[in-house]
Design a protein around this ligand. Structure first.
Ligand code: MG
Length: 357
């Protein structure tokens, strides 16, 4: 359960680019790389197009798509994840199915029902999970309460509802907001504040106030120099992990194990190929008690496979994930090929990231 900590399981961890036993030659990587620019349905992270590099390794397709503002060290970690998928061996699954959450953006409550209607949710109301964005700039707490209240009404009393503040609250604001939202029975609050110290302080204050909302760390794990700091400082009840930023499925499994906290697997605006890697991580976790944030294929208006990896009945399977990785369509790679200028930028970046592997 969130809130319990299995002390003593944490191991030392060097927060660097993971050592990869596999280091394909740069010329092989460059020859196997296809740079694409995919249109998105909505503006997200301030962009309307998603650039990605699809790489066909001897063990199948992989995606390398570190966000443009990330530095070369981050990009090398993402490359280690792509190399694991294309050249290596992904740790074996322990489950064939992974539950996936629906996502409700920071919209007016009146629009919640139509947003949720777009998702193919689990038939069993007790197996439905929604993530609701809160703490949006320009909105007030009453907007969040109204939105979450409406999600609870639409999904019913048995569904799990988590909120994601993307670090936007101060500790005081988070205490106030989560006190107001707690009667709606939250599964957890994701990254309520930015700093690890704030998350730790928030957990103490919520406990003292008798507010039962577990805290999940997301941004604190994926971009932090030391992903184990959250666990060491008792700053979270669970961790949100992503394959590419952590350097691959095997590395992410090690980090989750070293944290000793329950984990949720999430994606980062991935194509279906990147999502497939997320499914493989979720399927390989020894313990998985929460639905995962892997239902993001719908954010892209075009994908690199004919049949995007969208959840069916709130579920993704390893079979569908593996099939998606084999279904990369050369026609789409050509149709969405990036401009010569962007392609050159990505190839230079790939060269620099490879040097750091
Ligand atoms: Mg998040």
């Amino acid at each position: 359960m969130p809130g319990t900590r299995q002390g003593g399981r944490r191991r030392s961890y060097a927060p660097d680019v993971p050592p990869s036993p596999l280091r394909p030659h740069l010329s092989d990587l460059l020859a196997a790389a296809h740079v694409v620019t995919l249109p998105m349905r909505l503006r997200f992270r301030g962009v309307t197009e998603r650039e990605a590099v699809l790489i066909q390794g001897p063990r199948g397709w992989a995606e390398w798509a570190p966000f443009p503002e990330y530095d070369d060290r981050d990009a090398a970690r993402w490359l280690a994840a792509a190399v694991e998928l294309g050249w290596g061996e992904v740790p074996p699954p322990v489950r064939a199915e992974v539950g996936v959450n629906a996502t409700v953006p920071a919209l007016a409550a009146a629009r919640v029902e139509s947003v949720l209607a777009r998702y193919d949710l689990a038939a069993d109301p007790a197996r439905r999970t929604a993530k609701v964005k809160v703490a949006e700039k320009g909105q007030v707490l009453a907007d969040d309460v109204a939105r979450v209240t409406e999600v609870r009404r639409v999904l019913g009393p048995l569904a799990r509802i988590r909120v994601d503040a993307n670090g936007a609250w101060s500790v005081d604001e988070a205490v106030e907001a989560l006190t107001a939202l707690a009667p709606l029975h939250l599964e957890y609050a994701e990254q309520p504040c930015t700093a690890v110290e704030e998350l730790a302080e928030l957990r103490v204050r919520l406990a003292r106030a008798g507010v039962d909302v577990p805290v999940a760390a997301d941004e604190s794990i994926r971009r932090a120099e030391d992903p184990l700091r959250v666990a060491r400082e008792h700053a979270a009840d669970l961790v949100v992990v992503k394959v590419a930023p952590l350097g691959g499925v095997a590395r992410a499994l090690e980090i989750v194990d070293a944290c000793g906290l329950p984990a949720v697997v999430s994606s980062a605006l991935d194509t279906s190929v990147g999502l497939a890697a997320g499914v493989r991580l979720a399927a390989a976790l020894p313990q998985l008690d929460h639905d995962c944030g892997l239902g993001t294929a719908a954010l892209l208006a075009a994908d690199v496979v004919p049949d995007p990896l969208l959840p069916l009945a709130g579920t993704l399977t390893t079979d569908r994930a593996d099939a998606a990785r084999q279904a990369v369509d050369p026609g789409r790679l050509t149709a969405y090929r990036s401009s010569a200028e962007r392609e050159a930028w990505w190839r230079q970046r790939l060269t620099r990231a490879h040097a750091l592997l």
